[in-house]
Design a protein around this ligand. Structure first.
Ligand SMILES: [Fe+2]
Length: 675
């Protein structure tokens, strides 16, 4: 078959298959993965999504199976670095991750150097070694939304390409065990599959079909070490002719004097991003208006690959323009672990965390300190408190207690906890879904004086007043839901529960990003800005498109009282006078324990100085005690032998009066001395 005739055949078959897929697409409820969405009634009318316009070069379509090339890589070919992103993995340490199809040279390194003016004599190119890995996962389809995006003109998965991947009869021997005739998408995904409970499920291509397996590009990592907080660093990846730059997160004072002066700490926040044109608007907003952010925090649900593994690559390409410049910390969401854990392989392979530097036993929970903040990332899908079978503290809880106890608020007064599923949320979508975790952990975080809790999961924005146990509490954390990153499942704006709870300060079902600007030990400014509204564009209300200007628009059908507000600003105050819990956590932790090692020597020098001082003090004390003891013995003998005292002025001075009590007096004197 010629290419032309094959294309023509594909087109006609695609039309027929899309018609057959209407039932599948139409019956998928918003947020069907783990939740039936905010309506709870599903979508029952015919799917009327307009033809998707591939406005983003995401390259997520699969190729024909018989061409033996699974993916349109769109940038991952050869040895040209792609999907570049930065992760803060320790104090003065950034790990860069990227992908290529081709191997890098065995001795390849990432070169990096400080490029700002104030180099303090440390300028000069350094080399970081490169490690490479890859993984294979079965291609599965974990959401009907893959075929029928509800929003944002993200290219959908072509059902005919799925048919081609699944149809082994095109090449397999007729008597082979993996011979399978597939003519239509219903042969792979039964009609109505995603519309019936359980909703969190997937259907996989046959594992013994070689085209059922996704082979990742090579995932490379290199850790840039001994970086100076606040400095600008340029890094060059193998295979790249140009360098990229980023700013190193500032270092809390206690870690070193080797940091540039800084006065405030900005953190950008996004969540539930996926990869649509709305996502791109949210990310562009961060890049253009929050470019001074030291760290980007992602509240979970990154790629929305939903079992179709190539989407991790297209997500990496979409994010690169931002994450190659601003280091990103992320927590795992349900879309990052779903389809029987399929996604967690991709997530953990591609998105490292500061788990090692924070002494965590798991990559999925960690802490990281920069500027004024001690940020804790937790896994919403780890058992929150005790093991189901042994009743012991879970690894996450055990580590969390240790980590909270290690915080010294003299240096990092602000404690920020990040996890995907919110405890406080006034939307019917995912309402009280994490109640068990709240019961297990809320008191722990409250006692530790956590200041801010950042969540995602609900595809909306909501900020709460300081709260504890469903009541306003001035000493409780401010909970903020940032799940409005623009993924293809659409907005939750119609799901707000009325009346709005008194401790819910602001809620809106549009799309945007947050910014936390910490001014000092006691004050910070939180700001959320809307970047995009969407509106129904079909009679069945099943598809949303961008609508209006972000400063004046309203997402339809957002029914919140603040639906028209483009900005939410709040001043956050740590009242250490009124809140004893905000004063806790002053544990001392040595620089060596923190893992910081600026210029390869700082922590060792500090430790050596402290040790020397202690040893010197001990030597002085011991010497004084020894001298005085010898003198006591001398006078004691003299007391027993008066002739020895004949010419002793010292005796008169030390034991003036009753020589018989001399020893007792000296003992008391030693006990009272402040050595
Ligand atoms: Fe989620």
């Amino acid at each position: 078959m010629t290419t032309a005739s094959r294309s023509s055949s594909f087109a006609s078959r695609a039309r027929a298959t899309c018609a057959a897929l209407v039932v599948v697409c139409a019956s998928v409820a918003p947020g069907a993965r783990g939740s039936r969405g905010v309506r709870g009634d599903g979508v029952t009318s015919a799917f009327e999504r307009p033809p998707a316009a591939a406005v983003l070069a995401l390259g997520i379509d699969a190729r024909a199976a018989h061409e033996r090339a699974l993916l349109d890589d769109d940038g991952d070919d050869g040895d040209v670095p792609s999907q570049v992103h930065l992760t803060p993995t320790g104090i003065g340490e950034i790990t860069v991750t990227w992908a290529t199809r081709a191997r890098v040279a065995r001795d390849a390194t990432v070169s990096y150097e400080r490029v700002d003016d104030d180099d303090r004599g440390t300028n000069g190119s350094k080399k970081a070694t490169v490690t490479s890995d890859s993984y294979t996962t079965q291609i599965c389809f974990g959401s009907g939304t893959l075929f029928a995006p509800r929003m944002g003109q993200t290219p959908s998965v072509d059902p005919m390409k799925v048919v081609e991947l699944a149809n082994t009869s095109a090449w397999a021997a007729t008597d082979a065990v993996n011979y399978r005739v597939v003519r239509a998408i219903e042969d792979v995904i039964p009609t109505g599959f995603f519309a019936s409970a359980p909703y969190d499920k997937g259907v996989c291509l046959d594992y013994n079909n070689p085209d059922a397996q996704y082979h990742s590009p090579l995932i490379h990592k290199a850790t840039l070490r001994n970086l100076i907080g606040g400095s600008r660093v340029a890094y060059t990846l193998p295979g790249s002719a140009t360098s990229r730059t980023f700013t190193v997160p500032t270092v809390p004072t206690r870690h070193s004097s080797h940091h540039q002066s800084w006065t405030s700490t900005r953190i950008a926040v996004v969540g539930d991003t996926g990869q649509t044109e709305v996502t791109k608007e949210v990310l562009t907003h961060v890049a253009e208006t929050l470019s001074d952010a030291q760290v980007l925090i992602h509240t979970g649900d990154l790629a929305y690959a939903d079992g179709f593994a190539p989407r991790w690559d297209s997500f990496g390409r979409l994010m690169e323009f931002l994450t190659s410049k601003i280091p990103m910390l992320s927590v795992v969401g349900n879309h990052d672990v779903s389809v029987n854990g399929l996604e967690s392989t991709a997530y953990t392979m591609r998105y490292p965390s500061p788990s090692v530097s924070s002494k965590s036993p798991s990559q999925l929970f960690w802490s990281y300190e920069f500027g004024h903040a001690h940020v804790i990332g937790l896994n919403s899908y780890a058992n929150p408190n005790v093991g189901l079978f042994d009743g012991a503290d879970t690894p996450q809880m055990s580590w969390l207690l240790d980590d909270l106890a290690s915080i010294n608020r003299e240096y990092t007064p602000w404690i920020i906890a990040v996890f995907h599923v919110p405890w406080y949320n006034s939307n019917r979508g995912h309402f009280k879904e994490a109640e068990r975790a709240r019961i297990a952990l809320e008191q722990v975080l409250y006692d530790a004086g956590v200041d801010v809790v950042l969540n995602g999961h609900v595809h909306a924005y909501e900020r709460f007043k300081p709260v504890f146990n469903y009541a306003e509490d001035a000493c409780g954390p401010v909970h903020i839901v940032v799940g409005d990153g623009g993924n293809y499942e659409g907005p939750y704006g119609e799901g707000w529960i009325e009346p709005q709870p008194g401790f819910s300060a602001f809620r809106e079902g549009s799309f945007g990003a947050g910014s936390l600007l910490i001014h000092n030990d006691t004050h910070a400014t939180w700001e959320w800005r809307r970047t995009t509204c969407v509106a129904n564009t079909t009679a069945s209300n099943s598809y949303f498109e961008r609508s209006g200007d972000a400063s004046t628009c309203r997402t339809i059908p957002d029914v919140s009282a603040q639906a028209m507000e483009p900005v939410d600003i709040a001043i956050l105050r740590r009242d250490v006078g009124a809140c004893p819990n905000k004063r806790v956590g002053n544990a001392e932790r040595s620089n060596e324990a923190s893992g910081y090692n600026a210029d390869g020597a700082s922590s060792h020098v500090t430790t050596l100085v402290i040790t020397s001082i202690v040893l010197l003090a001990l030597w002085v004390v011991t010497s004084i005690m020894l001298i005085r003891t010898l003198r006591v013995l001398k006078y004691s003998r003299a007391y027993r032998s008066p002739s020895l005292l004949a010419n002793s002025d010292e005796y008169d001075n030390e034991f003036a009066g009753d020589g018989a009590i001399g020893l007792h007096t000296l003992s008391s004197s030693i006990g009272a001395d402040k050595f």
